[in-house]
Design a protein around this ligand. Structure first.
Ligand code: AR6
Length: 178
């Protein structure tokens, strides 16, 4: 789905294999690695990524910090810290929106042309995928409309058939409305 000159793509697969300027990591506040997509990114990037992360002194929920990508095809990793889902009345949506907004702002600041996002908070942090996908797509759309020249390609990388279906339906609905 194109918005302005920015293309939005949906891929089912492993984000570490995505060929973009930056991949976003679903990290935790320590930025010192973990399971899920975080573990996969650290394994694929190699030990220098952890060394770089140690120098960042952690990161607040809803914020993001950038490092190089080391052994990854992506030149950069943007480490975003999503919220843990606690029922929905603890500003979970705002924190998740903020992850996308801050990551996109970092990509713009570093003059990057393409970025790939996993489903931040949808694994260990238990954020419902339908709500998370709606947050992700809405925040990305607002960013693109406000920054028409910034990015050429934004990729959502989902890991499951279910995730793919949810994003695909929402993106289809979006493009039908425009
Ligand atoms: N490529 C793309 N998506 C993936 C991959 C991959 N290689 N591996 C998993 N996913 P999670 P969270 C999907 O748990 O919920 C970590 O331990 C997965 O199916 O990785 O934000 C961190 O250190 C799910 O849809 O992240 C934190 O402590 C999505 O990525 C905590 O988990 C996110 O699942 C963060 O939890």
């Amino acid at each position: 789905m194109p918005v302005g000159k920015t293309k939005i793509e949906l891929i089912k697969g492993d984000i570490t294999q995505t060929n973009v300027d930056a991949i976003v990591n679903a990290a935790n506040t320590t930025l010192l690695g973990g399971g899920g997509v975080d573990g996969a990114i650290h394994r694929a990037a190699g030990p220098k990524l952890l060394e770089a992360c140690r120098k960042l002194s952690g990161c607040l929920t809803g914020q993001a910090k950038i490092t190089k990508g080391y052994n990854l095809a992506a030149r950069f990793v943007i480490h975003a810290v999503g919220p843990v889902w606690r029922g929905g009345n603890n500003n979970e949506k705002e924190f998740l929106n903020s992850c996308y907004r801050v990551s996109l702002a970092l990509a713009k600041e570093y003059n990057l042309k393409s970025i790939a996002f996993p489903c931040i908070s949808c694994g260990a942090y238990r954020f419902p995928i339908e709500l998370a996908a709606a947050c992700a797509i809405e925040t990305v759309k607002i960013f693109i409309e406000d920054n028409l020249q910034a990015l050429e390609k934004i990729v959502f990388v989902v890991f499951s058939d279910r995730g793919f279906e949810v994003y695909n339906n929402l993106l289809k609905k979006e493009s039908e409305e425009h």
